[in-house]
Write a protein of this length. Structure first.
Lengths: 348, 512
């Protein structure tokens, strides 16, 4: 008997609480006139506000412009990665290669600069490395119909291996032009420090937003995520678009590598291990459905900020191991994925 | 219309079209003409080659031989995009739009008005609203497509087709999930487009609708051309016999074999007995007896709880009240596997998602259920498999009669037959058929109906679900009437029960 009772409670409780909470959520959404498509992003925003207020209450100086400006500076490369990842995930794909491509780009930058190649040539070249790898992956995925998971896994091993071939040990960057560019900063409103990498990251976000919402390429990305066959039958350029999203993601990874080289002033082959997973986490926490078709690039930026803020809080706490970041991210991811499930289930 | 036929040039002329798939000759030397300002019905059984012909015209499939002229120009489309730019737009059976996008986007995708190179959203929505208005649709272009009914989505798909100023509009089974009012709305749109000079190719299994809307028709059979007819000069019987390629024997036969003799003796135990079986949010508790040798029909509108009853009986959903007895012994059907073990076979209404496996062969699909029942460790000997497969391919008339053909290359009706064969191979005591005849043609329908009647005659208990009341009445010994997820009535089907009586029961909810 004792064993039966809890089981019974367990099975009966959720059906009562679930729909009620769902109804309350949708009532709020209706009252605030929020389209259901924006619900996950709104969720991310709420989480962000929550973390900010908790931090603000617990620690002095947490809500200072200094901390917030650094949040952007320290995560600029991750923002760029997450933007590229958003394109891929919107089509229903995944890109596991970006961490390794970022490393390859950073290592190549350090190696070429060390060899005396001028910075003006190195910078576009390393971004191009990312584009080329992205293109090859795109061709594998579309033309040879390889699962994105496997194609990008291959890309990941390839890029990571190449890193070690180019530079078995860390190479410091001493090129004057490059150092000058990376050290440049400006103070917005005299308070908010903005560096080159932040400017680049924000430009990438703006460009991505434009591409996704104001060009046919972007709308085709969404259409493919909604149903690849439908998109095909609607006469949209599915093949070209599917290759292009991996080029976009690869380019973003190449650019991310450049930003990381600016950030760390060195090239090291073990850079960015598992960073692709951070990017995926940011995109998912930012409200993009892994099945594709729904999500926003601004959501992914919010996702990166959430991850960054968690890290900041752990730092402020001081006594906690930084691995707590991972645990919190894990829990958040779980919550968001469940939230997405609830939203998609309610739709059907 | 008919007088202008010779004078005008066809907008589409296909000559000697052949397409071959591995193991299947889908089209063989087919000619087809389509004139501006006509509604042209493409008729044929499942597997006749209608879909293939459409896909050849729209560039989804490449043709192995033949020539396609559009406006007198030879064309060889390599994809739907190219066909669209040549003025050929298609609305498919399953609406092929993106539910995650808005109505406006679905209409305008790929043709959005631009300003300075960027999509002008305001103009896009305005443009979409204009197209919706010509369809007589009053919906918000900014709403998401998934929020609308299939009928509305269908009209949205047609709006999309008209954005490109299509000269040819292909409607592939557009009415299969619409109700009468929605069909009328669709036909009004189709007639207006025809009067504007658009050539409309209409494919439907509903013969009455074909007669209502079409001017001419082309009949295909087994991948070959049978002929081109003027609708007004062809009577229904003639049409059906040309489609199925034999006289009406099959249909006649059926009437004899399903005389409503209730094969149940008084006082015997039903094979399956549901007592107060129900599930919260799915279907109200109901009682239902099914005797061996009896066909019990479930009648009701879409969403009335027909499928839910079937799922409870088959253990696909777990009941939260009541119980099930088999031969008088209470059993718990926790999942379909348990039900299969108890001799219950359930053929679901969604054969694509829940039934057949497209990437396996006919042979593999047929023995799938039987093999699963035995467990993978005890493989069926190849010779035994061949015997079983040959038997059912012959008995059900599966075409092509090639056990090695991939299932996805078969037509809908033949896929349904394979599914049926799979369940029959497990020799069930009770067969639950949910919409086994939906979306398949007259001939195959009659064959499946005949088969059901024969199975019952041989002692199998059958639960038969269909949206077509005529069909339920023709086959069933008893009919359970469902309404609003509740079993409201049960009638013994005698010769004087008519469709109108059942409709009245559904309408009144069984209370007189």
């Amino acid at each position: 008997m004792a064993a039966v009772a809890p089981e019974k409670r367990g099975t009966e409780a959720p059906p009562v609480a679930g729909p009620q909470r769902g109804r309350r959520m949708s009532t709020i959404a209706r009252r605030l006139r929020i389209d259901r498509r924006y619900m996950p992003v709104v969720g991310t925003f709420v989480v962000l506000a929550l973390i900010l207020s908790v931090g603000g209450v617990r620690y002095d100086n947490f809500l200072s412009t200094n901390v917030l400006a650094n949040l952007f500076i320290n995560n600029s490369f991750l923002i760029v990665l997450a933007v590229g990842m958003t394109f891929v995930i919107l089509t229903g794909g995944i890109d596991l290669s970006v961490g390794a491509v970022l490393a390859l780009s950073a290592v190549s930058a350090a190696y070429l600069l060390d060899a005396g190649v001028p910075a003006a040539m190195v910078m576009p070249a390393v971004v191009l490395i990312g584009s080329i790898i992205g293109f090859l992956i795109g061709v594998m995925v579309h033309v040879f119909d390889v699962q994105p998971f496997i194609a990008t896994l291959a890309g990941m091993f390839f890029a990571r291996g190449l890193c070690f071939v180019i530079a078995p040990v860390a190479i410091p960057i001493t090129d004057e032009t490059f150092v000058a560019i990376s050290a440049w900063d400006t103070w917005v409103g005299g308070q908010w420090r903005v560096t080159t990498s932040v400017m680049i990251a924000l430009a990438v976000v703006a460009l991505a937003f434009y591409l996704l919402h104001y060009t046919q390429f972007g709308r085709t990305v969404y259409a493919i995520g909604g149903g690849e066959q439908s998109a095909q039958l609607m006469g949209l350029p599915v093949a070209r678009t599917k290759v292009l999203v991996y080029v976009v993601s690869g380019t973003c990874a190449g650019l991310g590598g450049l930003l990381f080289a600016m950030y760390s002033r060195s090239g090291y082959s073990l850079t960015g291990v598992a960073m692709e997973l951070d990017a995926i986490a940011a995109v998912v926490i930012g409200g993009t459905l892994l099945t594709g078709g729904t999500g926003f690039v601004l959501g992914s930026v919010l996702g990166v900020l959430v991850l960054g803020l968690i890290q900041t809080i752990i730092t402020f706490e001081g006594t906690l191991s930084s691995w707590w970041t991972k645990i919190v991210i894990g829990v958040l991811l779980l919550i968001f994925v469940v939230l997405q499930r609830v939203l998609t289930l309610r739709r059907t | 219309m008919t007088s202008s036929e010779t004078a005008e040039r066809p907008v589409v002329q296909m000559t000697g079209i052949s397409i071959e798939f591995p193991g299947v000759k889908a089209l063989d030397q087919v000619d087809f003409r389509l004139f501006p300002g006509e509604v042209h019905a493409l008729m044929g059984e499942n597997g006749a080659g209608k879909s293939t012909l459409i896909k050849a015209l729209t560039g989804v499939y490449g043709i192995d031989a033949g020539e396609i002229l559009v406006d007198g120009e030879p064309h060889q489309f390599s994809g739907p995009g190219e066909a669209q730019s040549a003025g050929i737009a298609t609305v498919y059976q399953e609406v092929n739009l993106c539910e995650n996008l808005t109505v406006a986007e679905n209409i305008m995708l790929g043709h959005e008005p631009r300003r300075l190179g960027a999509i002008d959203w305001r103009a896009t929505r305005r443009e979409a609203a204009r197209h919706l208005a010509t369809m007589g649709l009053d919906i918000d272009p900014a709403s998401s497509l998934g929020a609308h009914s299939i009928a509305v989505q269908q009209l949205v798909a047609i709006s999309r087709a008209m954005v490109v100023d299509a000269k040819v509009l292909i409607l592939d089974e557009p009415t299969s999930s619409l109700d009468a009012d929605e069909v009328a709305q669709l036909f009004a749109v189709v007639r207006r487009l025809r009067d504007e000079g658009v050539a409309i190719l209409f494919v439907s299994h509903f013969i009455e609708q074909v007669y209502e809307i079409s001017d001419r028709m082309t009949v295909l059979r087994n991948g070959g051309l049978v002929g081109e007819y003027t609708t007004a000069e062809t009577d229904r019987l003639q049409l059906v016999s040309t489609m199925i390629g034999r006289s009406m024997e099959v249909l006649e036969d059926l009437h004899v074999s399903t005389a409503h003799t209730v094969a149940v003796e008084e006082g015997s135990t039903p094979y399956l007995q549901a007592v107060g079986l129900g599930r919260k949010g799915s279907v109200q508790p109901f009682d239902l007896d099914v005797y061996s040798g009896e066909v019990v029909g479930l009648a009701g509108l879409l969403g009335s709880g027909r499928t839910e009853v079937a799922r409870l009986l088959a253990g696909a959903d777990r009941a939260d009240s009541g119980d099930t007895r088999i031969n008088g012994v209470p059993v718990r059907l926790r999942n379909p596997r348990a039900a299969i073990g108890s001799g219950i076979a359930f053929s679901s209404e969604d054969r694509k998602a829940e039934g057949v496996v497209g990437d396996l062969t006919v042979r593999e699909n047929i023995v799938l259920g039987l093999q699963a029942g035995r467990g993978w460790m005890r493989r069926l000997p190849a010779r035994q498999v061949d015997e079983i497969v040959d038997k059912y391919v012959a008995a059900l008339g599966i075409r092509p009669a090639n056990p090695r053909a991939l299932l996805r290359n078969l037509s809908g009706g033949n896929q349904q037959k394979v599914l049926l064969a799979r369940w029959l191979a497990t020799a069930p005591e009770l067969l639950i058929l949910d919409e086994p005849t939906r979306g398949i043609d007259v001939g195959a329908k009659a064959e499946i109906q005949k088969l059901v009647a024969e199975l019952a005659e041989r002692g199998m208990a059958v639960v038969f679900i269909s949206a077509e009341l005529e069909e339920v009445l023709r086959l069933s010994h008893r009919i359970a009437v469902m309404r609003d997820r509740d079993k409201v009535a049960e009638v013994v089907n005698t010769d004087d029960v008519r469709v109108d009586d059942v409709v009245e029961l559904i309408a009144s909810g069984g209370k007189h």
